[in-house]
Design a protein around this ligand. Structure first.
Ligand code: NAP
Length: 247
């Protein structure tokens, strides 16, 4: 589905980003794996190369403007073009009510989860302008509804949905589609780092399907949005959430 296309995936060293990178490569894409932890990106890239694919691992902090510029510059230098970008890197942040939310944590979550998406798109959009492309921004069900004790994460993900709509409007006639994906709770290291097994069980029960999702289930939706099969789809938000938002 992505034969001869070049794709950037941020946060590709773990969880959902890793599953997207593997699925993209198996569908013919050359993938640039950007992650804060270069070694994790290298591990995923090595797996792709072993399977016969093309992968470039890079250490990138999406909250830093120079890193985002360098990510796109290196992609163009090594692969000659950019067709697809998945802005997926994200963090959870502190658990606290708004009245007690630590200011530094607010800035950190906003810096990665919202500013990071803006900084990446700021360089990806011009790189795609001449020939078109597809950008998929990783939001969350928490880009549509609140979740107690998660103010910064919820605000940042709502921001990602709005930013996605704006970019889609601005670039609709340039052949660049921009969409957002909203996973329910997905079993990845992000959840395992922040929640106990008992909490995970409680969260699974909040989904009508009574389970957590998998990174591979999110990756399938992202692959479709990245491909030309989604040629009339832009400015949209797609939940992949076991029915969570239908309640
Ligand atoms: P994950 O397993 O923690 O993977 C995310 C990767 O991105 C990690 O390697 C992480 O490093 C890295 N990263 C963090 N900050 C970064 C930065 N500034 N620059 C570059 N890379 C950075 O998380 P995941 O569950 O796959 O989540 C991926 C995306 O899906 C996030 O945007 C998340 O908000 C979203 N999402 C997840 C869920 C869920 O339930 N898992 C649900 C809805 C939406 P560290 O390990 O150091 O943080």
């Amino acid at each position: 589905m992505l034969k001869d296309k070049t794709a950037i995936i941020t946060g590709a060293g773990s969880g959902i980003g890793e599953a997207i990178a593997l699925l993209f490569a198996r569908n013919g894409a050359r993938v640039v794996l950007a992650d804060l932890h270069e070694r994790d990106a290298e591990r995923v890239a090595a797996r792709i190369i072993t399977e016969g694919g093309h992968a470039l691992p890079l250490g990138v902090d999406v909250s830093r403007p120079d890193d985002c510029e360098g990510l796109v510059r290196r992609t163009l230098r090594d692969f000659g073009r950019l067709d697809v970008a998945v802005n997926n890197a994200g963090i959870g942040g502190a658990a606290a009510p708004v009245g007690e939310y630590p200011v530094e944590e607010w800035d950190k979550v906003m810096g990665v989860n919202l500013r990071g998406v803006f900084l990446c798109m700021r360089h990806q959009l011009p790189a795609m302008h001449a020939h078109g492309g597809s950008i998929i921004n990783m939001a969350s069900i928490l880009g549509k509804v609140g979740f107690p004790l998660s103010a910064a994460y919820v605000a940042a993900k709502h921001g990602v949905v709005g930013l996605t709509e704006n970019a889609a409007l601005e670039y609709a006639t340039s052949g660049i589609r921009v969409n957002a994906v909203g996973p329910g709770f997905i079993r990845t290291p992000l959840l395992d780092k922040n929640l106990s097994p008992a909490q995970l069980e409680g969260i699974a029960a909040m989904h009508p399907m009574k389970r957590l999702g998998t990174a591979e289930e999110v990756a399938e939706l992202v692959l479709w949005l990245a491909s030309d099969k989604a040629s009339f789809v832009t400015g949209a938000y797609f939940p992949v959430d076991g029915g969570y938002l239908a309640q």
